[in-house]
Design a protein around this ligand. Structure first.
Ligand SMILES: NC(=O)c1ccc[n+]([C@@H]2O[C@H](COP(=O)([O-])OP(=O)(O)OC[C@H]3O[C@@H](n4cnc5c(N)ncnc54)[C@H](O)[C@@H]3O)[C@@H](O)[C@H]2O)c1
Length: 254
């Protein structure tokens, strides 16, 4: 896969899980990295991990639901690292498990705010820079829940369908400006989100049982999602645009 030498990648939710692994993989391939997250300590830890790979890294505490904070982070990325070529809108939450008629309104709003507005604000700030500076590549992290129903998760399912729709619109609008926009749709991946929600929802499931639902008889590792994200941003994917790439071990076809 092509080198990312001379490129700058900005990743939301880079303190943990898929976002952290994506930051490290881009850094291994030569990119300088800007990460944002609500979690300061873990964000600083990712920064140190990237720097240990010999790349520059900026970490900023940013709430993706605050448009001004997201815009400031992207401006600081450009002024500190000298540009912006890749935007990964990854920060997200899963909400709670509840049937539609009893799903809590405040949780619904919070999930939409982070998973939908957060991705939109990320794209707005990234596109504003990229369209004036020769283009770039954006990947938004959706989910297989953006393509199918995840029962007892109406907010998460709605939010991830929205991420796919927004990605397609932006892909079409900015194709002539040299900006490609794609989405990645993972299934269960071993990250704090999944581990925490098993505990929080007291679901009776564990990682092993979750894995057994998949044709590959295991859930994904975050590196496996990061590799798909990095591919979509690479020159190897130069004609891949408006795509929603399923990375689910085959789960969504059974
Ligand atoms: N883990 C899975 O099974 C799975 C499956 C499909 C899709 N996804 C998606 O992948 C993305 C990454 O999830 P993950 O599994 O790595 O989870 P994670 O919890 O490990 O990481 C998510 C990160 O987003 C950050 N974040 C949450 N709210 C934020 C906010 N308002 N502002 C800034 N940062 C915020 C968190 O602090 C955390 O560091 C999410 O969009 C998630 O929906 C995950």
């Amino acid at each position: 896969m092509s080198s990312f030498e001379g490129k700058v990648a900005a990743i939301t939710g880079g303190a943990s899980g898929i976002g952290r692994k994506t930051a490290l993989l881009f850094a291994q391939k030569g990119a300088d990295i800007s990460i944002s997250d609500l979690q300061t300590e873990a964000g600083e830890e990712t920064r140190r991990m990237v720097e240990a790979l010999g790349r520059k890294c900026l970490f900023m505490k940013v709430d993706v639901t605050k448009e001004a904070e997201v815009a400031e982070w992207i401006q600081k990325t450009v002024s500190t690292l000298g540009g912006l070529h890749i935007g990964i809108n990854n920060a997200g939450i899963d909400g709670v498990a509840a049937y539609t008629d009893s799903y809590p309104n405040d949780v619904f709003q919070r999930v939409m705010d982070i998973n939908v507005n957060g991705v939109w604000y990320g794209m707005k700030a990234q596109i504003a820079h990229m369209k004036a500076n020769g283009g770039g590549s954006i990947v938004n992290i959706a989910s297989v829940a953006g393509l199918m129903a995840l029962p007892r998760n109406i907010a998460y399912t709605a939010s991830k369908h929205a991420v796919i729709g927004m990605s397609k619109v932006a892909a079409v609008e900015y194709a002539r400006k040299g900006i490609r926009v794609n989405a990645v749709c993972p299934s269960f991946t071993e990250t704090p989100m999944v581990i925490d929600s098993l505990v929080r929802q007291d679901s009776g499931l564990d990682l092993e049982t979750m894995g057994q639902m998949n044709p590959m008889k295991r859930i994904a590792q975050p590196e496996e999602i990061a590799r798909a994200i990095v591919y979509l941003c690479s020159e190897d994917a130069s004609y891949v645009n408006a795509h929603s790439m399923i990375v689910d071990g085959g789960l969504s076809v059974i």
